[in-house]
Design a protein around this ligand. Structure first.
Ligand code: SAH
Length: 261
């Protein structure tokens, strides 16, 4: 049985088993006395799956949207199938609380690149459950996620993810280890949940401030956030900055200043 890669689903199957093995080996999370639930997003034909299954600390379920790939997985991973660990469907639409009532501390995968940002936003919705993410994504998106203030890649996703996760860039992956090769280089990153339960500010307003300032990335904050400033002295140092100059903590401080206005 052969699954023909479908472009619209972002299917680029890994050919190089050593890369798949290296990604699986990058998952470090473990729990005392029991296996930790791990979900793999977009297993395709299971190239990565086979190595994640070797990790005795994990209880793996896979979520795959492509029916043909699901058929392939059912045929080739009978134990996963028998235990109802192959879930056919769209990760972005799934009710994860219902699928995984006991939580899912680990998320992994060679993500479909066309929806990787949306996957991270969904992970953020479940940040209290998700303790570690190990994934391969487009290198450019990886740089956006790991880079800090003062770089041109720094953006909304960097701020949101860095607020709750410690993020490491693990390694770069070349185009030619995929079938078909993507147009871009790839990278594997690891995110580990930090100990921040709640940011010391109004989190909803924080998200609004971050989004609205980066939506007008080249503008100074006094323009992009004009409606929130009220002329108080403690606002002053932020007025002429641009969003990429603010660290997560600066955004928290700014949120608090603007909250009382
Ligand atoms: N892990 C495999 C395949 C990676 S390609 C490998 O490394 O070879 C990305 C995979 O994600 C494809 O199998 C694609 O069908 C699947 N996919 C795309 N969109 C998805 C979605 N919304 N939910 C779940 N899986 C999805």
């Amino acid at each position: 049985m052969y699954v023909k890669p479908k472009k619209k689903l972002g299917q680029h199957f890994l050919k190089d088993l050593s890369v798949a093995q290296k990604i699986a080996a990058s998952i470090e999370y473990k729990e005392d006395g029991k296996k930790a639930v791990c979900i793999e997003i977009g297993p395709g034909t299971g190239v990565l799956t086979q190595f994640v299954l070797q990790n005795q600390n994990l209880d793996l379920s896979v979520i795959e949207i492509d029916e043909e790939s699901v058929e392939y997985l059912v045929a080739n991973f009978p134990d996963l199938y028998k235990n109802e660990k192959i879930i056919g469907g769209d990760f972005l639409q799934l009710d994860l609380k219902k699928e995984f009532p006991n939580g899912f501390p680990v998320v992994c995968g060679n993500f479909p690149y066309n929806i990787s940002s949306q996957i991270f936003f969904k992970v953020l919705d479940y940040k209290d459950e998700v303790k570690e993410v190990v994934c391969m994504i487009q290198r450019e998106v990886a740089q956006r996620i790991v880079n800090h203030e003062g770089t041109k890649e720094y953006g909304i996703l960097s701020v949101f993810l860095q607020a709750y996760y410690n993020i490491e860039y693990l390694f770069t992956v070349d185009e030619n280890v995929f079938n078909p090769p993507p147009k871009v280089k790839s990278a594997v990153i690891r995110l580990k949940r930090n100990n921040v339960e709640k940011l010391p500010c109004d989190e909803k307003f924080f998200r609004k401030i971050v989004k609205e300032s980066f939506n007008l990335r080249r503008k100074m904050l006094r323009n992009s956030l004009a409606q929130y400033f009220s002329g108080k002295p403690d606002e002053e140092k932020f007025l002429t900055l641009r969003p990429e100059q603010l660290s997560v903590n600066d955004f928290i401080e700014l949120t608090n200043i603007l909250t009382v206005n």
